[in-house]
Design a protein around this ligand. Structure first.
Ligand code: A3P
Length: 289
């Protein structure tokens, strides 16, 4: 079928269905005990969702596996009638709620700030994000066709992808992290030291789990486990949304796959753009020099 073009809100490209539902999304009524998982697309959203869920359920695998990951934590931007929208799903949920968004700070429904909610932000290095997003757009039939890698590289550096520029997204959330209750994590850190990072999430959620439970959460949220788990690998998503015969949702789950995609020229150009765009921020990715 044909892929619908993105539409912009305040200069940020978004799926047209999200823009159609924009007034409902902006009017979202957050509650003080909401926890919002915030990510730029392809930064490890599904991974952190499963971690949060396992913590909530005290490491009880069976309880986490009753519902697919898409339905456990409503996605605010989801708006595809006749399915209930993400906002509708959230409204029907008991507190305390865990919700999910890819929105940059300037587009977040204001009630999240007004209620001083908790925000769990996961950032992933820009190059791996771009590669992951390229493969995701190939298989996600609701997003524009990415074209060739060379074409996609240009689209991506110009910020003309759904949810906008990686740079603006990461900088925006980094800048507000001290004014609000933000736990700011890095994909690369979770990969390198999952137990330590999971412990940070646990503390942020006000939970206290013992060592063996944490070890179990580390095991159950590994890439291999989540790839094999039908509740987390998005295998239940219909083919008209995610066509996993093109590229699996659980693709590689590694750090540094960009090296298999970027040409030397692209790497040099990207590093130059990165330096300009990130100038003046104190954020540091372990993958950047
Ligand atoms: P790759 O395409 O590089 O493999 P999101 O959930 O935000 O859409 O992010 C998806 C990316 O996170 C994919 O990256 C996916 O493989 C990776 N991912 C999902 N679960 C993971 C896990 N348990 N460990 C490491 N990476 C994971």
């Amino acid at each position: 079928g044909t892929r619908p073009p993105l539409r912009e809100v305040a200069g940020v490209p978004l799926p047209a269905t999200t823009v159609d539902n924009w007034s409902q999304i902006q009017g979202f009524e957050a509650q003080p005990d909401d926890l919002l998982i915030c990510t730029y697309p392809k930064s490890g959203t599904t991974w952190i969702q499963e971690i949060v869920d396992m913590i909530e359920q005290g490491g009880d695998v069976e309880r986490c596996q009753r519902v697919t990951i898409q339905h456990r934590h409503p996605f605010l931007e989801w708006a595809r009638p006749p399915q209930p929208s993400g906002v509708d799903r959230a409204a029907a949920m008991p507190s305390p709620r865990v919700l999910r968004t890819h929105l940059p700070t300037q587009l977040l429904p204001p009630s999240f700030w007004e209620n001083n909610c908790k925000f769990l932000y996961v950032a992933r290095n820009a190059k791996d994000c771009m590669v992951s997003y390229f493969h995701f757009q190939r298989m996600n039939q609701t997003l524009p066709d990415p074209g060739t890698w060379e074409e996609y590289f240009e689209t991506s550096v110009s910020g003309k992808v759904a949810w906008g520029s990686w740079f603006e997204h990461v900088k925006g959330w980094w800048e507000i992290r001290k004014k609000f209750q933000v736990l700011f994590l890095f994909y690369e850190d979770i990969k390198r030291n999952p137990k330590q990072e999971i412990q940070k999430v646990m503390q942020f959620m006000g939970k206290n789990l013992d060592g063996p439970v944490l070890d179990r959460i580390v095991q159950e949220t590994s890439f291999e486990k989540m790839k094999a788990n039908p509740m987390t690998n998005h295998s239940s998503a219909p083919k008209w949304i995610l066509d996993q015969s093109i590229s699996p949702f659980m693709r590689k789950g590694t750090v540094g796959d960009w090296k298999n995609h970027f040409t030397v020229a692209q790497k040099e150009r990207f590093d130059e753009i990165y330096k300009q765009k990130m100038e003046g921020t104190s954020i540091h990715f372990c993958t950047e020099l």
